[in-house]
Design a protein around this ligand. Structure first.
Ligand code: PMP
Length: 462
């Protein structure tokens, strides 16, 4: 059927957007920067009510491992619907849940899966983070938590307290190994090692003012924090430090999981085995689902210690099991690693051509381009101040060219790419062509933060 026969005309699109801005809260987020009314989607592509098509590199904030409406996901959902199975079952056992758990455990690090428990949480990632905190507090009888600068764990009270945007918090903050803006001014493995030593000294110095904590939470690659992959050596150090001190290590794989970083779980790169793993987003195959999986020794919870009405979403479990199985059977984790590395090489050429790119980085298909003040002097480590105005201009220019990207990072100056793991080489090229073109256009029209005229380009775009 032709698009024009099914989609509302442009005035309907405008009316919907106008009503949204009048009726929805001031806290709305993506809707502000992406004035799109999606009516149809498949794979990498979204169609808006105005008839425009976009390449979606936001993928539901990293949720859509297989892109929009993948046939195996639709088939799994239809099978449940056609079977007459109940859609709401609280936390009762069902064949669908049983199959999901089996599939999930088959993908997890064996040492964890062999002696693991799973808790189905309320359907958002943030609820699973709350559950993880509650679990380790109950198991250790201790209260404090350790988290990292720049982290993002969600929007409920405790998850927010452990995130970089916290306003009031009792969570102890540790330095994350952010190479480009290394807090120790060295970067590289040395910076990561100094960050590890700081953590160790806080724990071992009886006068550090940091009581022995109930747990430590970290992201193997900070996503919202600006696409910052932690070195594997640093992750192994965190594992050693916590294990030696009986501190449960909680790894938040809400965004990095299900092949995104080039391994099925991001912890697989370093080989560390967490005590608790927090999972959401892609595990629901585009529908809401969140769980924690943890070492069975930690399971000292009383019945109902972490409950919730919506812990039994059968459609999400079916869609999630189909997604996990598809990623596993088709080696999409490896594919994400290979394609991501190629895209990073092209982004490196883009960085070589533009003064305004401070760094490009990422792991697998979790990629980021940090935009900086092209006129400012670099500090001792080579970093320059972030340029959020230019980043917003790039995002808008991408949208004009039919490419959806979002911003992340400390100053919202990191353009993030989170395409589905299913994209073809040609689609990857199309994404990077549009991004390069958008960057050139944005640089041309956006003055530098220190008021300079538009920057000059070095060489050619990739
Ligand atoms: N942890 C991480 C690493 C995330 O990226 C997010 C969401 N971006 C969350 C937790 C919270 O998930 P949700 O938005 O589903 O609550």
């Amino acid at each position: 059927m032709a698009l024009t026969e099914t989609v509302p005309a442009a005035p309907a699109h405008e009316g919907i957007l106008r009503r949204q801005s009048l009726r929805e809260s001031a806290a709305r987020t993506y809707a502000r920067s992406l004035p799109i009314v999606p009516v149809r989607a498949r794979g990498l592509t979204i169609e808006g009510a105005d008839g425009r098509r976009y390449l979606d590199c936001l993928s539901g904030a990293g949720t859509l491992a297989l892109g929009h409406n993948h046939p195996v996901v639709l088939e799994a959902i239809r099978t449940v619907l056609d079977s007459g199975a109940p859609l709401h079952v609280l936390d009762l056992a069902t064949p669908v849940k049983d199959a999901f758990t089996t599939e999930l455990f088959a993908t997890l690090p064996r040492e964890l899966a062999e002696k693991a428990r799973i808790q189905f949480c309320g359907p958002a990632g943030t609820d699973a983070v709350e559950a993880a905190f509650k679990l380790v507090r109950t198991a250790t009888g201790r209260d404090g938590l350790m988290a990292f600068s720049g982290a993002y764990h969600g929007m409920t009270a405790e998850a927010l307290a452990a995130s970089g945007g916290a306003q009031h918090t009792s969570v102890v903050r540790l330095p994350y190994p952010y190479d480009y803006r290394c807090p120790f001014g060295t970067g590289g493995e040395r910076g990561a090692e100094l960050a590890a030593r700081w953590t160790q000294s806080l724990l071992d110095d009886h006068k550090s003012g940091v009581p022995h904590p109930a747990g430590m939470i970290l992201e193997p690659v900070q996503g919202e924090g600006g696409v910052i992959p932690a070195p594997d050596s640093w992750l192994r150090r965190m594992r050693e430090i916590t294990a030696a001190r009986q501190i449960p290590l909680i790894v938040d794989e809400v965004q990095t999981g299900v092949g995104r970083t080039g391994a099925f779980w991001a912890v697989d790169h370093s080989g560390i085995v967490p005590d608790v793993i927090v999972l959401s987003k892609a595990i629901g195959g585009s529908l809401p689902l969140a769980v924690i999986v943890y070492r069975e020794e930690l399971d000292s919870w009383q019945p109902g210690a972490h409950a919730g009405t919506f812990r039994g979403n059968q459609l999400a479990m079916a869609a999630g099991a189909a997604t996990l199985a598809y990623v596993r059977a088709n080696g999409l984790d490896r594919r994400a690693g290979e394609l991501g590395a190629r895209m990073l090489t092209r982004l490196d050429s883009l960085a070589a051509a533009h003064d305004c790119i401070g760094e490009v980085r990422g792991r697998g298909l979790m990629l980021g381009v940090e935009l900086v003040d092209r006129d400012a002097d670099a500090d001792a480590t080579g970093a320059r101040p972030a340029d959020p105005v230019l980043a917003a201009a790039v995002r808008d220019a991408c949208l004009d060219r039919g490419l959806i990207v979002e911003l992340g990072g400390r100053h919202s100056a990191v353009v993030r790419l989170l395409p589905p793991l299913t994209i073809t080489d040609e689609q990857a090229d199309a994404i990077l062509d549009r991004l390069a073109d958008a960057l050139t256009a944005a640089v041309r029209t956006t003055p530098g933060p220190t008021g300079s005229s538009p920057t000059t380009m070095r060489g050619t775009t990739p």
